[in-house]
Design a binder for this molecule. Structure first.
Ligand SMILES: [Zn+2]
Length: 66
């Protein structure tokens, strides 16, 4: 069961769609990306309305240093 309905999660590091990965479950609050092994946090503050909002986020800046 999904904790966050209608939320599509993407890996913060490589951009892979996490929802499509095997046995994905967002209620755990964290998810290791199958593609790159990055630990993604699945929480309310990591949900962005748009690509633009994501690019303005703290996490994005921390990862991509902008
Ligand atoms: Zn990844």
């Amino acid at each position: 069961m999904a904790k966050f309905e209608d939320v599509t999660w993407f890996c913060d590091k490589c951009g892979a769609c996490l929802n499509a990965q095997s046995e994905f479950a967002d209620e755990r609050g964290i998810w290791y990306c199958e593609q790159c092994g990055y630990l993604n946090e699945l929480k309310e503050s990591e949900i962005y309305d748009s690509e633009e909002a994501w690019r303005r986020s703290e996490t994005y800046r921390r990862l991509y240093d902008r």
